[in-house]
Design a binder for this molecule. Structure first.
Ligand SMILES: C[S@@+](CC[C@H](N)C(=O)[O-])C[C@H]1O[C@@H](n2cnc3c(N)ncnc32)[C@H](O)[C@@H]1O
Length: 454
């Protein structure tokens, strides 16, 4: 009775992992979440925050380490909010991600779906093609790196195991030059200073870099000297853009990015296609696993060459264009107008004439288009974390779309939406988790469905 109090210490066994990647154990029958622990650990914890039926503990000591533990290499692990599973063996992570998906299917979807083992990476390091690095000052010193977990304190970047090494090279060069040229970093507390973020993108296929400098002010001080130094220090840099974000906000980019030096686009390839990436556009962050993902979509759609395929939530049109040579027509829908411009440009770049793109919400645009296309042959759904709008699901079911392939970054909303398709006449195929983000809690899934009734 008296031990469920803040400050009390307990020895507990960690038996599960929450979807936030905190270890889960029990104290007097109540669930306790303990960050930095994994199943199989026996640990000493201090209770730090309690609710009636659950609480949060902080790790004091690992008494018995799980066999799935590994020594993390990254000096920023647990500090930086980027990775949550640096202390867990890679194979164990893949098993846990599969289990997360299976649990969502069962508990949320009430589905007896087959969940396949997670497809991981052979080399799960240096896979990210993009980093968004905030700048600031600590005790008068310039810092640049990542926000500390759950805060806006900046962890100064020394090493990153998950981003491409060229990103780290350019990040160090930016920091050096900003320091030498005395460019003021942004001060979030007082909303003063100038340079807020350095956003860096790298093309894996061409080993080239794009830099986007985000400032609070419309002016970028010492612009010419900065560009001269950076391009000399980092010859792989081919494009520099300036983005102005004057707002008090957590959103990184302001409305418009203007290329101020070099090329307008960064070019990269996924499989047989080349894509032009403009400073603000969405592109999958792990290009190696993106090919795995897109190949699964192609397989799942069972194409014969005669289909009209809707690529809903299409971003820069990347999935639809990937399938374009195997269908009659691709129709992409996306809310972000600049991404649609990129999609059109990407179609042209790859000589694809069968693709059309529409700007707007999938749930608003699809009903207008389905009048013209009586039955829909196929739809690819790749929504953000909140899943599909319920009216979109209704439109798809009413139009009796034959084949659907759902790409999801959130197992909970995927399970919810699959339930709807299942109840409305669709057979749910095996769910394939893909590890797009090793060492983090995130998991991507692909699942195909075919209409079996009506
Ligand atoms: C997970 S991304 C998928 C991008 C693309 N399929 C890819 O693989 O690169 C989701 C996209 O959906 C867009 N989006 C969000 N809500 C939308 C909506 N209601 N209708 C259409 N697109 C939407 C976002 O702008 C974003 O580009």
């Amino acid at each position: 009775m008296g031990t469920w109090k803040v400050g009390q210490e307990h020895i507990i066994d960690i038996t599960g992992l929450s979807h936030e990647a905190s270890g889960v154990g029990r104290v007097e029958g109540r669930v306790v979440f303990v960050p930095e622990t994994i199943p199989g650990d026996r640990v000493k914890v201090r209770l730090v925050h309690l609710k009636e039926r659950l609480g949060y503990g902080e790790l004091i000591e690992i008494l018995v380490a799980s066999t799935d533990r590994r020594r993390q290499n990254c000096p920023h692990a647990f500090e930086c909010g980027g990775c949550q599973l640096q202390h867990m063996d890679y194979d164990a992570q893949l098993r846990w991600k599969r289990q997360q998906v299976a649990d969502a299917m069962e508990r949320i979807g009430k589905l007896d779906a087959q969940v396949r083992p997670t497809l991981g990476m052979d080399q799960p390091y240096h896979y990210r093609n993009k980093a968004q690095l905030p700048l600031g000052k600590r005790q008068g010193e310039l810092v640049m790196g990542f926000f500390r977990k759950g805060s806006h304190d900046i962890v100064d970047l020394h090493i990153c195991e998950i981003q491409h090494p060229l990103i780290t090279k350019l990040a160090f060069a930016v920091k050096r030059s900003v320091q030498d040229l005395s460019i003021e970093p942004y001060d979030e507390v007082n909303h003063s200073g100038v340079l807020r973020h350095a956003v860096i993108r790298v093309s894996f296929s061409e080993e080239k870099l794009m830099l986007i400098l985000v400032t609070r002010t419309s002016d970028l001080p010492a612009k010419d000297e900065l560009i001269e130094r950076l391009t000399k220090d980092v010859p792989e840099l081919v494009s520099v853009a300036h983005n102005v974000n004057p707002n008090v906000t957590n959103v990184i980019l302001g409305r418009e990015s203007k290329v101020i030096w070099g090329e307008r686009y960064l070019m990269d390839s996924i499989g047989h296609l080349r894509y032009a990436i403009s400073p603000g556009s969405f592109f999958q962050v792990n290009p190696i696993q993106t090919k795995v993902l897109y190949d699964l979509v192609r397989e799942g759609m069972q194409l014969s060459g005669c289909e009209t395929i809707f690529d809903l939530y299409c971003g820069a049109g990347t999935i639809g264009l990937y399938l374009a040579s195997e269908v009659k027509e691709v129709i992409g829908v996306e809310t972000f107008a600049a991404a649609v411009e990129d999609a059109r440009y990407n179609a042209e770049l790859n000589g694809i004439q069968v693709a059309k793109f529409h700007v707007g919400k999938a749930e608003d645009i699809l009903p207008k288009l389905t009048n013209k296309h009586e039955t829909i042959d196929g739809a690819i759904l790749d929504p953000p974390r909140k899943g599909c709008d319920s009216s979109l699901l209704e439109t798809l079911v009413t139009s009796k779309v034959t084949q659907i392939c759902y790409v999801s970054c959130n197992p909970s909303t995927l399970a919810r939406d699959l339930r709807y398709f299942y109840e409305n006449g669709y057979a749910i195929g095996p769910v394939q988790p893909v590890d797009m983000f090793p060492w983090t809690r995130h998991v991507e899934c692909v699942v195909s469905m075919s209409r079996v009734k009506g």
